[in-house]
Design a protein around this ligand. Structure first.
Ligand code: APR
Ligand code: PHB
Length: 403
């Protein structure tokens, strides 16, 4: 058995694990990452691409923001359409000067991987049989098999950054955690294409045929989504069928400008709201998707992961500087306040913009619920205060100060 000693063992090399590792390294806190798949596999996942200022600042702090500032596109607003009505939410003026950064999560991950390998930090890719042991003791460990050899990583703390399907959350005994979950009755069919975006800002579109989103990655690469039944499969959707359906859901003057082309990626993602409470147990701290999932309406997934990372790394710095680990007990409570806000916003946007068909919600039939949600959207769009509420949440609430 090979034994490695470190301060923080990080399970998972997604954006959460890599960003935490980089920030800790910047402050001299040694860490090792264990990842189940290869770096290329991690980079093959296509995810959202709207970064809040909090995450932008965190990437600057980690020293990995140069390419994002060069290639990312700041967005001062976004649009919500309702059939033929197109409304711009002027985020910048409504929030007193804030904006979001349009830069793909895959690119954030790529930049973090490059920084990690340049710094010569250990990442055990393609590890199997990953488990976390002795988590309630002062010397926990992560066990795995890497390059055919059993490995034991001894540490002070374990950061569970291994996503929704990882081992970390399962390591917390069932009776010590509460899970809140809502699985939505539809998915998002997403297409990536090398075509110019249909609009200079994102359009979240509510229509009689269901929701659609016009997003982008660069001036020459677009990302579009349409709401589809959970029973649909990707093979049922030719590129032509996708483009035709997208056009029907966007306002007609926007659809008229849509440039179509072959898809370079096409996939269906289910929508889920999920929170695990608490987000810590013994020396294990859950970060990002391991602890919570939001539906993508509102682009909060990566941003909530980033605020967890910020809280965890600041508490760890404080703990190591003071030589007192008691401060770590605040982690879950601090994270959950912001997580629940993001969950509520994503859930609310999802309810307002999607077609729930006949599904009854809270004892109300689907048709009545649809009328309520239509009124909700009209109210918020027609009210300056309502638009400000949407804008403030879209740019993200400030991170809590860790004193
Ligand atoms: N052992 C080691 N690594 C694991 C294990 C395991 N048992 N199980 C999963 N992993 C790895 C996955 O292969 C993945 O690379 O953990 C990583 C988790 O990464 P993500 O799922 O991207 O989660 P996170 O880093 O928290 O990122 C949050 O990603 O899912 C989106 O919307 C979400 O944008 C948000 C962001
Ligand atoms: C994306 O570009 O993939 C994207 C953008 C905004 C969202 C969801 C996804 O709300």
């Amino acid at each position: 058995m090979k034994t490695i000693s470190t301060k923080v063992a990080i399970v998972g090399a997604g954006p959460s694990g890599l960003l935490l590792g980089q920030l800790l390294h910047k402050h001299g806190i040694d860490n090792v990452i264990v990842e189940r798949v290869s770096a290329d596999y991690v980079l093959g996942r296509i995810r959202a691409g709207i970064l809040e200022q909090g995450l932008v600042k965190l990437l600057e702090e980690a020293g990995v923001s140069a390419r994002m500032h060069r290639e990312g596109i700041p967005h001062d607003g976004f649009c919500i359409s309702h059939s033929e009505r197109l409304e711009r939410i002027d985020v910048k003026s409504l929030t007193g000067g804030e904006s979001v950064m349009c830069y793909g999560q895959t690119e954030v991950t790529r930049d973090l991987m490059a920084a990690r390998s340049e710094a010569g930090l250990t990442t055990l890719y393609e590890s199997s049989e990953v488990s976390i042991v002795d988590i309630c003791s002062e010397s926990p460990a992560v066990l795995c098999r890497h390059e055919g050899q059993p490995v034991r990583i001894e540490c002070d703390f374990v950061a569970g950054c291994d996503g929704f399907h990882g081992v970390s959350r399962q390591t917390i005994p069932e009776e010590k955690r509460t899970e809140h979950e809502r699985v939505y009755p539809f998915g998002w069919l997403g297409v990536l294409s090398d075509t110019p975006p249909v609009h200079d800002e994102l359009i979240y579109a509510k229509s009689e045929r269901g929701f659609a989103l016009a997003s982008q990655r660069s001036p020459t690469r677009s990302r579009y989504y349409i709401q589809v039944p959970l029973t649909d499969s990707v093979d049922q959707w030719s590129d032509e069928a996708f483009w035709a359906e997208l056009k029907r859901r966007l306002p007609s003057d926007i659809s008229a400008k849509l440039v179509t082309g072959p898809s370079i990626e096409k996939s269906i993602a289910p929508l889920r709201s999920f929170v695990c409470e608490p987000m810590q147990y013994g020396r294990l701290h859950l970060v990002g998707d391991a602890a919570h999932i939001v539906p993508p309406t509102g682009a909060k997934g990566l941003n909530l992961a980033a605020s967890d990372v910020s809280t965890l790394y600041k508490l760890l710095l404080k703990a190591y500087r003071a030589g007192d680990f008691n401060v770590m007990s605040r982690y879950s409570e601090i994270c959950l306040r912001r997580v629940w806000n993001g969950e509520r916003f994503s859930w609310w946007m999802t309810n307002m913009l999607h077609d729930f068909g006949d599904e009854s919600v809270g004892g109300m039939d689907g048709a009545s619920m649809a009328r309520f949600m239509e009124s909700e959207l009209n109210y918020y769009l027609d009210s300056p205060a309502g638009r400000a509420v949407i804008a403030e949440q879209y740019v993200g609430l400030p991170y809590e100060q860790i004193d």
